[in-house]
Design a protein around this ligand. Structure first.
Ligand SMILES: C[S@@+](CC[C@H](N)C(=O)[O-])C[C@H]1O[C@@H](n2cnc3c(N)ncnc32)[C@H](O)[C@@H]1O
Length: 361
């Protein structure tokens, strides 16, 4: 419990394997009551986008220090509409473009609004995942479309980060020698919500297709006294793919999956088939280039440094709120550390972690 900067300052260098978090968004909502003694420390109350990005970059500098060299940073950020004509903001009614500013700062190592060097240095921005909510609040519309997405930036500092794509492949890909799937079938195969329907078991499928970079997942599933709670499902793919299952305490190396890629038969065009599945992204072949889809991955083992001194991978959520990240991490055999300023969240997190521990795989 406590201010994120204070708690991070006490953490050891390279002590976590994945940082997975959703900070308060700028000027969207206030979590602590106005008379709370720590109100002035609450993030998201900065006066303008430049100050908010500055806070995020100072945080990212600390995240970089505590993150293992092979680790990843995953941050969900939503944007804000400018409500008044105020210095330091875009014109009234415009988006402030905060998620874009943050990831530009990560990639280029400069604060895009002030030109200052970023204290967080340069990162490899590997993905921007769009979290699509099928049922967003209506809000004020008038002259704009209904906002239904937030961005999840995925960044790291090493070109050889720990990443286990084979842990999160979804349904089995179809045989390229067979005619293309219908569009409906193809959508089912790739839709995490109907994963169990797609492969019958509810398991990820190591020979399946890699997830796309947009995830349609409804928010909610939590009735407690906290806003902006993550749905557990949102966290499963990041944890499975970016937090190692085990890391050696002696040499600091994570164990990596060893994959044998078996060459699949060459695709053949079938009579009456207009587009070959590999040429048609809606057909069920979601992982070009062809060098990937022609090989069926098979796990043959895990790297082992030989020290026999393993610890579990560690996920850090520096804005833990009700503890969704901690619960899903534990449920997937990882250790987890959560930080939050609001003491009330400790109880909510404890309530939440119990049942989730056993229901998440
Ligand atoms: C968007 S919520 C996180 C929700 C969380 N993902 C969940 O599923 O419950 C942001 C959290 O940041 C916390 N927070 C705000 N300022 C903070 C600070 N300076 N230090 C630590 N936590 C802070 C708030 O109390 C709030 O719980």
């Amino acid at each position: 419990m406590g201010d994120v900067f204070d708690v991070l300052a006490d953490m050891d260098d390279r002590s976590v394997d994945l940082i997975l978090t959703s900070p308060p968004f700028l000027a969207v909502r206030s979590y602590l009551p106005d008379d709370h003694p720590d109100k002035h420390l609450e993030i998201g109350q900065e006066p303008d986008p430049a100050a908010f990005v500055d806070t995020l970059l100072r945080l990212a500098a600390e995240w970089r220090r505590v993150l293992a060299p092979y680790g990843s940073l995953v941050v969900e950020l939503g944007d804000t509409y400018t409500t008044d004509d105020a210095a330091g903001w875009p014109m009234r009614k415009s988006l402030a473009m905060v998620p874009e500013l943050f990831r530009i700062a990560l990639a280029y190592g400069i604060h895009p609004l002030t030109g200052a060097e970023s204290p967080a240095g340069r990162w490899l921005v590997r993905n921007v995942v769009r979290w699509v909510r099928p049922n967003p609040p209506v809000g004020a519309l008038g002259d704009k479309f209904r906002p239904a997405t937030t961005d999840i930036v995925v960044a790291c500092t090493s070109a050889d980060r720990w990443f286990d794509l084979d842990a999160v492949r979804t349904a089995p890909r179809s045989d390229p020698t067979k005619p293309a799937m219908s569009n409906r079938k193809a959508r089912e195969v790739d839709d995490p919500r109907i994963l169990s329907k797609a492969n019958g078991s509810g398991e990820w499928h190591p020979g399946g297709v890699p997830p796309l970079d947009w995830w349609e997942i409804p928010p909610g599933g939590y009735e407690g006294a906290h806003y902006a709670v993550w749905p557990p499902k949102l966290l499963v793919v990041p944890i499975q793919s970016m937090c190692p299952r085990r890391v050696c305490r002696t040499c600091g190396e994570p164990s990596r999956r060893i994959v044998h890629r078996e060459r699949m038969a060459d695709p053949v065009r079938h009579e009456g088939q207009k587009n070959h599945p590999a040429a048609n992204p809606r057909s069920g072949f979601f992982d070009p280039p062809p060098t990937d889809w022609r090989y069926r991955p098979e796990t043959v083992g895990w790297t082992d440094c030989g020290h026999d001194d393993w610890r579990r991978g560690v996920v850090l959520d520096p804005f833990a709120g009700t503890g969704t990240t901690l619960a899903v991490a534990h449920g997937h055999g990882r250790s987890a550390i959560g930080i939050d300023l609001d003491e009330r969240n400790r109880r909510l997190a404890a309530e939440r972690i119990g049942p989730l521990f056993f229901t998440q795989r």
